[in-house]
Design a protein around this ligand. Structure first.
Ligand code: SF4
Ligand code: SF4
Length: 356
């Protein structure tokens, strides 16, 4: 028997912060922005019905908080709601919490996080006397939030944050493609009893080996994963992934490595931090279409979508605004230019079904 099989499977539930027992499969709020309210109501009701009880939103996810609020307010207190603010000072964080409470239709938020702490400069701001952390402490004393957390894409910065303050949760990118947080940060968080929330757990939808990926991360100390879900089918598939949480065998690890080699590390995680594009390009969706075209060979489907889009690859004017905001340093002007060129070249050799 391979060595990895000697361990017990991980549990399906976890305590993400004191008193908050959650199903390990939570839901991230970003994709809800793409749905109309009827669709998001259906997806959320389905999620609650199958037992998902951890929901993560943020002030900057446009109407995601209000979509959560419409449904989750009917299921309080059985659900755990997390949200976050990009504000770095106490006064603005406190104002953001009031807005979140209103949008979420609740009088308390279980976890409120400093959103995307990305640099030492961010740390200085949030730990200032009138910084965001002071605001969160005040909101907790007032009972408006129950726990204080922080999210970030850079493990080194999150470690520095944990060294300065007892954040109760950390939220970091975590999947078999992005393992940096597993080396030092997650063990440190566990040692300090901070809950570990995995964002981008399926790499923005790029990862095909979803079940193996979840088994991998849940055996690395992750308490709850928060994939975005935009359909009832996705909700079912993600929860079904909890059926088997046994550690990977060597053969399964090799399959993941093969997938890793296929994807490389230069891909969009659909976090939408780059939005909005002043030219109106749906940036993350264009990355998805690129993958469907070149990785999965769904050419007809992609050309139909491209024809229906108001703005696409060719409309990028290379202003660079999205590049500055992307935490993965993706170079959209270059990626979109080469994608469009390759697609046009390919189209020359390729006849759409039912056309020409
Ligand atoms: S570089 Fe292109 S995709 Fe990015 S914001 Fe500018 S126009 Fe939009
Ligand atoms: S391009 Fe970058 S910022 Fe935009 S969605 Fe993708 S990973 Fe996120």
């Amino acid at each position: 028997m391979p060595e990895a099989m000697r361990f017990e499977p991980a549990e399906k539930t976890s305590v993400v912060a004191e008193g908050l027992k959650v199903l390990k499969m939570g839901m991230g709020g970003i994709p809800l922005q793409r749905l109309d309210v009827k669709q998001s109501d259906r997806v959320l009701e389905k999620a609650v019905a199958v037992g998902i009880n951890f929901y993560d939103s943020a002030r900057i996810y446009t109407d995601s908080e209000s979509k959560f609020g419409r449904v989750l307010s009917r299921h309080r207190p059985r659900v755990v709601i997390a949200s976050k603010s990009f504000s770095r000072d106490a006064a603005t964080v406190l104002a953001d919490i009031e807005s979140s409470l209103k949008q979420l239709r609740t009088d308390y938020i279980d976890i409120y996080q400093c959103h995307n702490i990305a640099s030492e400069n961010d740390l200085e701001k949030i730990f200032a006397v009138d910084g965001a952390v002071a605001g969160l402490i005040r909101a907790k004393e007032q009972g408006k939030i129950r726990h204080i957390g922080l999210s970030g894409h850079k493990p080194r910065i999150v470690i520095m944050a944990l060294e300065r303050f007892a954040f109760e949760t950390i939220q970091v990118p975590c999947n078999f493609m992005e393992t940096e947080s597993m080396q030092e940060l997650i063990p440190m968080a566990r040692q300090r009893q901070a809950g570990v929330i995995a964002m981008k757990p399926v790499g923005g939808g790029n990862i095909k080996e979803i079940n193996l990926n979840f088994r991998f991360i849940f055996n690395q100390g992750v308490d709850v994963a928060i994939p975005g879900m935009d359909s009832e089918k996705q909700v079912e598939e993600n929860v079904a992934a909890l059926t088997d949480l046994s550690p990977l065998t060597f053969e399964e690890s090799a399959r993941l490595q093969k997938e890793k080699d296929r994807l490389g590390d230069h891909f969009c995680r659909r976090c939408e931090y780059c939005m909005p594009c002043p030219q109106g390009l749906p940036i993350s969706f264009l990355h998805v279409l690129k993958n469907y075209y070149f990785l999965y060979n769904l050419k007809d489907w992609v050309w139909e979508r491209i024809d229906a889009l108001a703005k696409t690859y060719k409309d990028c004017v290379a202003c660079g605004q999205c590049v500055q905001k992307c935490p993965y340093n993706l170079n959209m002007p270059e990626i979109f230019r080469t994608t469009w060129e390759k697609m046009l070249v390919d189209k020359g050799n390729y006849t759409l079904k039912g056309k020409d």
